[in-house]
Design a protein around this ligand. Sequence first.
Ligand SMILES: [Zn+2]
Ligand SMILES: [Zn+2]
Length: 150
Amino acid sequence: MMEVTLTCDKCRSAVSVYPDNQASIAKCSVCEHEHEVQFTEKVLKGELDCCPKCDRKDFYKQKDFNRKIGVTLFVIAAILSIWTYGITLVLLWLADLVLYNKIPDVVSCYKCETLFRKIKNLQNIEGFNHEMNDRIIYSNQDFEGKTLSH
Ligand SMILES: [Zn+2]
Ligand SMILES: [Zn+2]
């Protein structure tokens, strides 16, 4: 089943919701702020077409990887490399190559940063596009699900 994680409008905490046609309010467990959500028929079936929070259709996918953990690992490897003559850094680089393909993709809404996991139409979603992001965030443009082409 699709997993939806909203970013709380008030405190930026992660708020998890599962698509359900009964669910219309997602409440933040940290600050208790309530967010209105609306799941489309397709979303209920696991196919992402429309954001349940902001109603937009523009999404991008990226590797579901915690950057903080990545940076921490890199720092540890860098410190250890003083004694291992850089071998730990090489090992980390190799581990990164192997693991990269195994990390699942997570889909994100450009507009409201809601995250979607385990969606069925992942292959139809493009990677992050800087220009689209800037236009959506700064000039509130709506691409209606069409990817910007040059
Ligand atoms: Zn909150
Ligand atoms: Zn959204």
